[in-house]
Design a protein around this ligand. Sequence first.
Ligand code: GDP
Length: 430
Amino acid sequence: MVKAVVGANWGDEGKGKITDMMAEKADIIVRFQGGANAGHTIVNCYGKFALHTLPSGVFYGHTTSVIGNGVALNIPVLFKEIQSIVERNVPMPKILVSDRCQIVMPYHILFDQYEEERLGGRSFGSTKSGIAPFYSDKYAKIGFQVNELFDEEGLEEKVKNVCALKNVTLKYLYNKPEIDPKELLETLHEYRQMIEPYVCDVSSFLNQALKDGKTILLEGQLGTLKDPDHGIYPMVTSSSTLAAYGAIGAGIPPYEIKQVVTVCKAYSSAVGAGAFVSEIFGEEADELRRRGGDGGEYGATTGRPRRMGWFDCVASKYGCRLQGTTDVAFTVLDVLGYLDEIPVCVGYDIDGQVTTEFPVTHLLEKAKPVLKTLPGWKCDIRGITKYEELPENCRNYIEFIEKQIGYPITMISNGPRRQDIIYRESPLKK
Ligand code: GDP
């Protein structure tokens, strides 16, 4: 059976920890979209790791880690990531990379930088990992699939053609140095060597695994609000962040996805530009940022300070709906223990009308948060393992949010470690 772990919001909800935890009972963990532009932070017995490309299951001996065809694969980044974990005494993980996965080329990264430079103040706040140029090329049908590295004749020809195309833009739009096709071909030969041991027909492998009764975990990156169709377009990422896309990005039948665990953080954070209705500023935001996550809310890839806000029921209800949520994992709740009172965004005021339906972007930009303040619990809840043992105000906070979003909160994460998890029976799950 297939389970998915995905985000309800802007990303950084703590998916890495939930995936790492659920990986204990899984056989195969699959990344199905995105690239090395975001990361997961994982704390386990080997130490603290920021993963950008490898699935969060790499720390277990019993799992196979799969990079699906939907991923934007940066081969040197993957190679370095494997080295860096093995250097820190993690046993060499079993890794498979789809032969249909497309490759992030060195020029994608350059184009990302050049475009941000060109846009200046109007930029999207890209992490400059080449993801947007990569997916543009994929759908313009000038991308390179991993299997093409092994067709020397075709590769040489394609490199020539693509360079001719790219060099026009480099010269006339960006006024930057052109790409030398020979040099690019050499780089691709190096990529071929790096990736060769891992290449596999992933879709076929996964379909056989399903026949054998294995458990497959799909690991999402970012969250619903960064989805190119359903998110805050154009301040979105370039591949779908929805569980449904897991079927495509891994090459499995959609009806095999039986459980969708949507991760919601107990407060909000976002990176990059775009509307963020429940955002807070100043000392209030600084304090939450300092105390947030595990050692502060700073980007796992870029180290950028994250934008902070209160929990947003409107965005999260929408985020859960689009994911097809069967279970909500409510994370980082322990961090809120310092607050006397906790504001929660329960509606959006748009031109004097209050709504709980998440609007399209131009209306979202006008939305003002309608806040309701709940009493805090003023204590440290780390170490608690039973739902009934949580302070009453803490349970009230969870139950209030569950009612607002309308999806069952069945897991509560009260610390960064695997074992910091409280399972709960939800009245919404019969
Ligand atoms: P992801 O991309 O969704 O995996 O999110 P991040 O990598 O940004 O993870 C959020 C951060 O919160 C990481 O530093 C985790 O170690 C940490 N974390 C996850 N769950 C919890 C939790 O329940 N409590 C605390 N305090 N930290 C958590």
